[in-house]
Design a protein around this ligand. Sequence first.
Ligand SMILES: [Zn+2]
Length: 137
Amino acid sequence: MNELEVLNKHVSDILECRIEATLLEMERTALCEVPENDTMTPKEFLKLTEQTCARAFETLKNQSLKVEASVDELINTLKAQLTWDESLKVGLNEEHYPCKNPEGKHKTRCQECLCCSFYNTLNTFSQRNTESLIKCE
Ligand SMILES: [Zn+2]
């Protein structure tokens, strides 16, 4: 494998095995268990649901942090490859990835520059993370 293939594989692994897989797991987290014996009183059912939710909350919190960490690693892996043009790196070390060529007065983002690409990628995963939390059953 050449260097690019190695990078490609590494990035795909982070994306598929860690980010996507974890997001899917999160979406499938059950927040409510249907009791197996139907002799359960409403009060008992409520208690069971509270316990299930408390457990799910811990799991989801950890999975969510895991996704964030994996996205960071993905971003840093990509950043580490940007050796071919130092001028491109300017802005990428700033927290909000300021746009290189903002269009007009009120637009702060374009769809093309590298800073905006990183910003949009981070934003996309952040939204996916939130969606996965909302989608829990
Ligand atoms: Zn831009």
